[in-house]
Design a protein around this ligand. Structure first.
Ligand code: 5BU
Length: 496
């Protein structure tokens, strides 16, 4: 890794020149970066809160085409011996650099969408590519290497091979080691030490500042090679039977037990228009499912007799009933909506769900009705639909509220709990809609992930499948197929 070894201007670390880039070019580029204030000295607060004696802001290079072109050339030079078919810049600062490299050397580029977090279904990578092609990552500045990894992951998810990363500046704070621990080679045009060396020689920084920067690098390493990798520290998945013992809510406990007993983590969304059809789905899918999910307000009729028929099927086939009511009002109102009205939801459903938009009063209200009946509540932490607003800090708040109310809250409706910062106790259950055997979506914003993705990397427990089953020619056979897929994904997750 030529750039990394390079210290205070030693020519020995340079790759053999291709003719277009020389040691002098590297040095001149450092001076130019200093001139346009892409490299500054002083006292700067970093994103992490740390105070740094040096600040590097490579966003400005877009205003200096000569600099952009030279940056692209030195970076290209660093990977002259590397074989790759495609390039992908880490958004955003490296995008113009990657574009420039692409144009100068006629190499196709890909783009990663930064806003797409769940690359299971959504198009996270733009551009034309084929599985198995090799892709070079282009980055402007590496500190810990975390941003690079965020781009590597979705590319690998699409089946692309990533082995090399080229960066303009390596801050020498552990990024290279972290890359190496992930099987990646980091090729850097400059190290921070090299930059300081050049500027020192040209008397553009004082000896004191140079010493401060060196001390900062030494004292702020981000990677501890002896520390276990995050994957190894991630809590192991616990089998449903053990989680049943840990569930604080009676309904959650019953569901864990049922799933272990029936070897099914499948919920069917019985989104049909008539009572006759819902009973037919319950009969056909019943032997394969853990949960039958209803939207009672889309059925053509409802009364306590129909509720009793559905409950009878639930007993016969050993499944639970989840009314997907998505309550979203103040505590006082949801008490009436849950316990009363023409649907009397709490009388026949085992579990229901709620948004946390109104605050935790909604949990308290629903609990007054469902608690004494042994029902459970699922909080909506994330949604499967495109542009859903339940993300980030909101999702984390929902997770915290569930943890604090485990006597009634049995878990979540969610998408990728593996990505949450809040560590949820294993007694809480995760159920995920937006599942089909092939990823994709519908015309109204629904987005589908596969059972493997949802249960595996997504970290969920239960797949909720609607049209994948109810629109199949043989809903019973389709339910059996989804049951197998969901359970295989769960078994695999237990082993990893
Ligand atoms: P589908 O036919 O598999 O798309 O049905 C999914 C079901 O899950 C349907 O009943 C939705 O109302 C429900 N759903 C969802 O799709 N996405 C969500 O985020 C939530 C519920 Br919450």
């Amino acid at each position: 890794m030529p750039g990394i070894d390079r210290d205070v201007g030693t020519a020995a670390a340079l790759k053999p020149s291709e003719g277009s880039v020389s040691e002098k070019d590297f040095e001149e580029l450092v001076l130019r970066l200093h001139e346009i204030q892409a490299v500054k000295f002083g006292s700067f607060k970093l994103k992490s809160g740390l105070m740094s004696p040096i600040y590097i802001d490579l966003r400005v290079i877009v205003s200096y085409p000569d600099v952009l072109r030279r940056v692209a050339e030195v970076m290209w030079h660093q990977v002259s011996g590397v074989e790759f078919e495609l390039m992908c810049g880490v958004p955003y600062t490296a995008l113009p650099i990657a574009t420039c490299m692409s144009l100068l050397h006629s190499t196709p580029m890909l783009m990663r969408r930064k806003e797409v977090k769940d690359y299971g279904t959504k198009k996270a990578i733009e551009g034309a590519f084929q599985k198995g092609q090799s892709c070079l990552i282009v980055e402007d500045l590496v500190t810990s290497g975390a941003s690079v990894m965020e781009t590597v992951e979705p590319l690998e998810h699409e089946g692309l091979k990533v082995a090399d990363v080229v960066v303009l500046i390596d801050r020498e704070q552990g990024g290279a080691a972290r890359m190496a621990s992930n099987g990646l080679r980091l090729h850097s045009a400059f190290t921070l030490s090299f930059i300081i060396g050049v500027l020192r020689r040209h008397d553009l920084v004082s000896e004191q500042v140079a010493a401060d920067v060196k001390a900062f690098i030494a004292g702020n390493q981000t990677f501890d090679a002896s520390a276990p990798k995050p994957a190894a520290t991630r809590p192991k998945r616990i089998p449903f039977e053990e989680r049943a013992q840990l569930a604080q809510n009676a309904c959650g406990k019953r569901l864990f037990e049922l799933m272990a007993r029936k070897r099914s983590n499948l919920a069917v969304a019985a989104d049909v228009g008539t009572v006759q059809e819902v009973l037919r789905i319950a009969e056909a899918a019943g032997p394969h499912i853990a949960v039958l999910k209803t939207h009672v307000d889309i059925f053509d009729e409802w009364n306590s007799g129909i509720a009793a028929q559905l409950r009878k099927l639930a007993e016969e086939h050993d499944f639970m009933i989840f009314e997907d009511r998505k309550f979203a009002d103040i505590g006082n109102t949801v008490v009436s909506q849950y316990g009363g009205g023409i649907y009397r939801i709490a009388d026949w459903s085992d579990m229901t769900n709620a948004h946390l938009v109104p605050g935790t009063g909604i949990i308290d209200g629903l609990k007054t009705v469902g608690g004494p009946k042994g029902c459970g509540l699922l909080l909506l932490a994330e949604m499967s639909s495109k542009g859903a607003l339940a993300t980030g800090a909101y999702t984390e708040k929902v997770a915290e509220a569930a943890v604090a109310n485990q006597d009634f809250v049995m878990g979540f409706i969610c998408q990728t709990p593996a990505k949450w910062s809040t560590q949820c106790p294993p007694g809480l259950i995760h159920m995920t809609p937006g599942v089909q055997l092939a990823s994709g979506g519908d015309a109204l914003g629904q987005q589908y992930n596969t059972p493997e993705h949802v249960i595996g990397s997504g970290g969920s427990d239960v797949i909720i499948v609607g049209r994948g089953i109810i629109k199949a020619q043989d809903p019973g056979a389709a339910a059996a197929e989804y049951k197998e897929a969901g359970w295989a994904a769960y078994q695999l997750a237990l082993q990893s």
